[in-house]
Write a new protein. Sequence first.
Length: 294
Amino acid sequence: MKEVYPTFEIEGLSTCNSINEVFTIDRFSEFLDQNPGTTKVHRHSFYHVTYFVKGYGENLIDFKTYDVAPEKIFFMRPGQVHSWRLDENTEGYVINFSTTFFDQLKINSSLIDQFPFFNLFESDQMVNISKENQRKLKVCFENIITEMTDIQSWSQIMIASLILQICALAGKDTISKTIFIDTNYNSLILKQFIEILETNFHQYKLPKDYATSLNITPNQLNFICKQQINLSAGEIIRNRIILEAKRLLVNFDLSITNIAEALNYSDPSYFVKFFKKYTSFTPEAFRKQYYNKY
């Protein structure tokens, strides 16, 4: 299926500082100068962190608009649809790192997903940094840039620790509604469910399909989901399908029939009813409200 908007790979970025196509850091103005296409609607295949120290504008992430202003930091997961509208004098820092960046260092990458702003079930991916943490955050970014000027054998571990410090500082300024409970059997089952869902939501629409893959009953799966994040398994599946439908709807050259087929709905009218039931918009009405923005 043709995409009107591009998907950026980390190895395809023009950057001042990079490590083995798994990590980059730049000052924001330099990043935009070298990657002008990133202001228009696009996806990332990597984690993307942007901290602003100057300038104003808008950041559109998966159909939610955030105001850009000094001392705001944005966290984006791989696969999200995103675009900027910014003043010319906007400045800050940009970090990009691959999904394997931490794994290569023998650090479990699921640690990143525990931060609320990277969590699949957290809706707010912008954090206002408190005065107490602003200087600390800038020091972290500057220390990464300094580390990149002379890469040593331990540099990647140093950078990984600084990324975690950045996330932890932002986490202190976050009031999260959804945090996983302690790492235990149920949280691992939920994580496995999300991983399976991410690759199969086009095909499988019912909790029983995923419960079978996890060797548990649908009732067990539903209990685990409700316990961990206060959503039923059916709600999680439905939310993922709707999110993908929205992402496809901003491919303005795709017909509603094309999108219904991509999501494995043989009857486009059923897809339209499904979408309207859970968003209060028809697919066409949703598309029209974003046409000018994109």
